[in-house]
Design a protein around this ligand. Structure first.
Ligand SMILES: [Mg+2]
Length: 252
C-alpha cells in the first residue's frame, strides 16, 4: 500500500513586499541554533481546512457582534487586515472587542479533525540539534491543540502565542520587529544563533532585520509571492523535514 504523505485530509494569508535588508554573511553555524518555529503552514497544512474554518468563524463573529451583513463584514475584515495586519486588532481598536472572547469563538472547532500534516515531525524535532521554540500569531489554546495532535507537545516546551505578544498592553504579533527583538532577549539567544522557520516572507524579512537567520518553508503556503532569492531568506526548503540535511546551507 502506498504510504500517504499526510495524516489527514487542505486556504491562506496574503503576500509581501521586497525591500532593504542586511546582506548575509557566509559564516556557518558552529553551535546549535535556537529554532523558532511558526505553526500554521509551517508545521502543518493550515491551508487544507483549518484556515477556512477560522476565516468563516471570524466573518461570522464580525456579522454577529457588529450586526452587519456578510458583505460589510468581509469589507471590514479586509480593511482591518490591511491596516493592522489582523482582524482582531481592528476589532479591538474600533469596536472594543475583547480579544480573548474573539480568539475563543473563532478557534472553537475540532482541530484534530481538520488537521493535515506530514509524517515524521516528532522525529525531525528529535534529530535537529538545538532548542525549539514555538512562535505563532495564533491563540495559545489552539496552538497547544495542534502541537498535541501532531505529537509535538513534548518536543516544543517554550511556546509564544498571540496572547504573549504584547508590548505595553498592545498586541504586537509578527512581523513586529519590537516583539521579535523582545523574543530574542526573553529566550536569551545570542545574535546569529536564532533561526526563524516560517512560511511568511513578511515575517522572515522582519526577523532578518533584527538578527534572526531565516528559513522559508514553501510547501503549504498558497500565497502568490514566494521569493526564492530574496536577501532576507537564508535558506529555502519545501518542507521542514529537509532541515536536518539542509541546515548546513543556512546562511547567517
Ligand atoms: Mg504561518
Amino acid at each position: 500500500m502506498p504510504r500517504r504523505p499526510y495524516r489527514r485530509a487542505g486556504g491562506g494569508p496574503p503576500a509581501e513586499p521586497a525591500g532593504a535588508h542586511r546582506p548575509f554573511e557566509t559564516a556557518p553555524l558552529h553551535r546549535p541554533p535556537v529554532w523558532f518555529f511558526d505553526l500554521d503552514n509551517t508545521l502543518h497544512d493550515a491551508s487544507h481546512a483549518i484556515f477556512r474554518a477560522i476565516d468563516g468563524r471570524m466573518t461570522d463573529f464580525v456579522q454577529r457582534y457588529l450586526e452587519v451583513d456578510l458583505e460589510h463584514a468581509n469589507q471590514l475584515r479586509l480593511t482591518y487586515w490591511r491596516r493592522y495586519g489582523a482582524t482582531m486588532l481592528g476589532l479591538m481598536r474600533h469596536h472594543a472587542v475583547d480579544p480573548h472572547h474573539f480568539l475563543r469563538e473563532t478557534h472553537d472547532f475540532d482541530v484534530a479533525a481538520l488537521l493535515r500534516a506530514e509524517r515524521g515531525l516528532a522525529r525531525l524535532l528529535a534529530l535537529l540539534p538545538g532548542r525549539k521554540v514555538l512562535l505563532t500569531n495564533a491563540p495559545g489554546a489552539y496552538a497547544d491543540e495542534v502541537l498535541r495532535a501532531l505529537g509535538l507537545h513534548r518536543r516544543v516546551l517554550a511556546r509564544y502565542a498571540i496572547e504573549q505578544m504584547r508590548v505595553h498592553r498592545t498586541f504586537r504579533p509578527k512581523p513586529s520587529r519590537g516583539m521579535l527583538r523582545h523574543m530574542l532577549a526573553r529566550e536569551r539567544v545570542p545574535k546569529g544563533r536564532a533561526v526563524l522557520v516560517e512560511d511568511s516572507a513578511v515575517n522572515l524579512r522582519a526577523a532578518r532585520a533584527v538578527g534572526f537567520r531565516t528559513v522559508l518553508v514553501t510547501r503549504h503556503s498558497r500565497t502568490l509571492a514566494r521569493p526564492s532569492r530574496a536577501g532576507y531568506v537564508g535558506l529555502r526548503v519545501r518542507s521542514v523535514l529537509e532541515l536536518p540535511r539542509a541546515r548546513s546551507r543556512l546562511r547567517g
